[in-house]
Design a protein around this ligand. Structure first.
Ligand code: ADP
Ligand code: ADP
Ligand code: ZN
Length: 240
């Protein structure tokens, strides 16, 4: 995108009215996004929060966006809820529309860090028309570790920090380390039954994307079955 067009885009986004840019049409050459890829519970959200400052890119989690839509009772939330409760993927059209809107927000002007998107080939194809992807970071964790990770997960309702009952507990029981909030919560779909269908969906619909991105030479495999700090170090090395 030429400078003039970029300036027009920025000013249209800064105005309180809706952006006039056509959805999905922003494909600026300066905009390079990162994809955090991996099964549910691999540690994508945990790592996204730790590398956000280094990358300077905002975390965009489709799971978080869908949960916000469900809480707000929007049409998207109503349509998505039954799939989420069953541990199935939400239809591509819904996800792609969410991303097309999100990418037009001002903080996304230099790209974003996708967490949990894309999860299907059609989503990846749509993404290639929305933003350039510079790195796909695949956090690899064996299936037999996933159930324990998911079933012990809890997050801070105020600052979204991610914890685990055993592997990453808070320093003081019931209090967020980062913001001191006591509003710690668990997700309804973080139970052993739903995890099995989420893992099934990952293997059937999402893991084929690895080959797709490998053929583009931007796929970086990271051993995610290690200490959180070691994984962060490796991700930062892959990004440099
Ligand atoms: P994802 O975003 O990929 O679903 P999360 O970042 O939410 O995964 O992590 C899932 C759970 O596993 C959380 O409870 C988190 O604290 C824990 N976790 C994350 N990374 C590790 C790790 N390297 N070792 C052990 N537990 C981890
Ligand atoms: P996790 O990383 O633990 O699987 P997420 O928060 O990423 O959890 O996703 C929760 C649920 O939201 C998924 O099980 C699925 O129903 C839905 N979801 C999130 N992202 C996508 C996506 N890109 N495509 C389809 N469904 C999605
Ligand atoms: Zn907090």
């Amino acid at each position: 995108m030429v400078d003039g067009a970029m300036a027009t885009l920025r000013s249209s986004m800064a105005s309180p009215t809706k952006p006039t840019v056509k959805k999905g049409s922003r494909h600026a050459s300066s905009m390079e996004s990162i994809v955090l890829f991996g099964p549910p519970g691999a540690g994508k959200g945990t790592q996204a929060q730790r590398i956000m400052d280094s990358t300077g890119l905002p975390q965009v989690s489709t799971g978080d966006m869908l949960r916000a839509a469900v809480s707000a009772g929007t049409n998207t939330g109503i349509a998505a809820k039954k799939y989420m409760d069953a541990g199935k993927l939400v239809p591509d059209e819904i996800i792609i529309a969410l991303i097309e809107d999100r990418i037009l927000e001002e903080d996304a002007v230099n790209g974003v860090m996708f967490d949990g998107f894309p999860r299907t080939i059609p989503q990846a194809e749509a993404l290639s028309n929305i933003t350039k992807v510079s790195h796909v970071i695949a956090i690899e964790v064996p299936d037999d570790r996933i159930v324990d990770r998911i079933c012990g997960r809890f997050t801070c309702g105020k600052c979204s920090s991610v914890y685990h009952d055993t592997f990453n507990p808070t320093q003081t029981d019931g209090v967020c380390d980062k913001c001191d909030s006591t509003e710690l919560k668990r997700r309804a779909d973080d139970n052993a039954d739903t995890v099995m269908s989420r893992l099934g969906a990952y293997h059937e619909q999402t893991s084929p994307l690895a080959l797709w991105y490998e053929s583009k030479g931007i796929f970086h495999r990271i051993d995610g079955d290690r200490a959180i700090d070691e994984i962060t170090k490796d991700i930062l090395l892959s990004l440099n």
